[in-house]
Design a protein around this ligand. Sequence first.
Ligand code: ADP
Ligand code: ZN
Ligand code: ZN
Length: 738
Amino acid sequence: MVDDTPSERPDVVRVAVPIPLTAPLEYRLNESRTRVAPGTRVRVPLGRRRLIGIVVDVGVCSSLPRKELRSIEKVLDTQPLLSPSIVALIHWCARYYHHPIGEIFAVALPAKFRRVDSADNANRGLAWRIAAGVDAQTAKLLTNAPRQLTLFEWLAGLKHPATRAEINRVFTRPMASLRALEKKGIVERTAANDGVETGHATAHAPTLTHDQRHALNTLGMQTTGFHASLIEGVTGSGKTELYFARMAAELTAGRQILYLVPEIGLTRQMIERILARFDAKLAILHSRRTEAGRAAAWQAAIDGRADIVLGTRSAVFTPMPRLGLIVVDESHDESYKQQEGFRYHARDVALKRAHDSDVPIYLGSATPGLSTWHHARTGRYQHIALRTRAGANPQPSIERIDIRSRPLDGGLSPPVLSHLQRHLTDGGQILVFINRRGYAPALGCHACGWTAPCEHCDAAMTLYKRGSSLVCHHCGAQAVPPKQCPSCNARKLTAFGAGTQRVADTLAKHFPDYQLARFDRDAVAAAGELDARLNAVARGDTRILVGTQMLAKGHDFANLTGVAIVGADGGLFSADYRATEQLAQLITQVSGRAGRGASPGQVWIQTRHPDHPFFKMLFNGGYPAFAEAELANRRAAGLPPFGWLALIRADSRGYTEGETLLAQAAAQLAATAVVECWGPAPAPMQRRAGRVRSQLLLRSSERRTLHKCLDKLRHWLVSNTNTHRVRWSLDIDPVSLF
Ligand code: ADP
Ligand code: ZN
Ligand code: ZN
């Protein structure tokens, strides 16, 4: 029985399928078929299901008898969809993150390429655009048809034809208006775009400042091959101009650029800035795009039609045949780390990709993460610092406002309110930053201390709509607020603290004559909405901005002169070792919004701890001084970047199962005693969405040692949890211990 001896056979392939399994599965290729290469999609049977998988190995040495191998039903690509370098990158991710490779492919490939029903057809669909020859005057014809007018104006503002899905996301029931516009010859149908937007260089690059030219020399524009550079510069120092200079050179040389931005950084402003600078084709990839739009953009990148791929986190996996440069903008941003499922860090994957593709990578930030900072200081990355702003503007002044003995009005102190008033009167725009959505973070009773809890989580519910509803931010549960205290029957319940809604109400009450816009995930749900609001700010119509992180980064508000930061004290006392790093980044980033135009900026921080050493450090020496001091703490504690961490989380319905599993896992490790093991311990929020959570933190000063342990541990967990009662997950290099 020659057939049954394990040997390398060209007709046996390993296929990664998108289900939680450790290893790819083996299948047989029918003899009649030509060979397939790794990266090719195939349809395979699994049980009674049909799945789309990716071939990861060919000619494998199978341990199964031939008759037990099932056959591949269909080969879906004539050419591999994924290049060998992307397949290799995904293999590396599977090893480094100890994650099933099939699920990594599912993150890397746009959904359309993973669906059994649509894998064969590339239906490009229809789109609508303003008809040729129609100009702005047309708007006059539509004054009696307001719905058509809004649709017309939106389409006119869009630089590309809009697909039905795009239109439906912005308008409710738009088809009747659209047809009417079509009949009038104002709008015409076209094939949906081919995945790219085409830039027309209309804006010239500014004459670079002395600092920028010096930086470019250091970066070595001629140097090819892998090198990593940290481009550290305060907001507005002209980092983007440095990326652009290098990008121009790469485009001239015929190479592609992968440009990664954080979730919230990808705005129309950003896109327009690139389109106005380069005669290049731009493919845009982010999770809010339609399935078809993503697939088309991705296809354009693979075909080499797209010169620049601009995208968020998962765009790091886009195959690009002529890759010449990777830019990771705002590289400290936490949205680069996926926090569920395949928990990868796109910045780290980008570094690996640049290394293996032998191309340069630029990590830009005003507030580099401490690991990045450390690597730059020790010479692993080149360190380029732009410490002055490109325009003549000085950095804003920052003042602490002590609120210990002052009553707050809807979250704001009297001095802050009067400062804001002055800036409004002087014609400036103002921003109030508060990192809490909703009206108030809790509803409670002053008499007995009761606060409205979530039934499913160890957390207070957030009060919404000026007190008429309660929502849990951790599981989404909703409730109607009780009329009186369920604990002591007191008649009056109080909204504790303030969120964006309450602060917005307060500002509207004090400054009724100025237009206000709120920026948070509740107010800005749809993709187009953020752009619309930002445009109103850019035009100067909106004078008051209230918002969360959404406002912290990237956006350039020329006339913003006053910024207040409220409710930031929590970061001073958090148990998470990264909390002060996050707070320093946040304060520096938010402050950087002020005074980017002609007038100098002012920043006020409301705090109950004005004398905290953290503030002294940050204000006397800036972010660099903070980074050095905090790195010294990390070194002493053996924390990243001076040690490596992995977090194993488990959750279960009951209070014991998860923790028991982790205790057993920890016992496996105790025998080896080469990594430090903290826990198992209850998670900081023990109960969430009805599941009881616990965690085990592993630390080692040797990355390799830690990963060897994790291999063993994962193996043990896979073979010892064939029950559905406990779920577990591994988080390598966790950015949050919560
Ligand atoms: P960053 O990316 O560091 O925030 P940008 O590159 O976006 O900075 O530059 C901030 C602002 O300064 C932008 O409006 C940009 O057009 C302008 N700018 C940058 N470099 C120069 C320069 N050399 N001369 C004039 N303006 C510049
Ligand atoms: Zn009470
Ligand atoms: Zn909840």
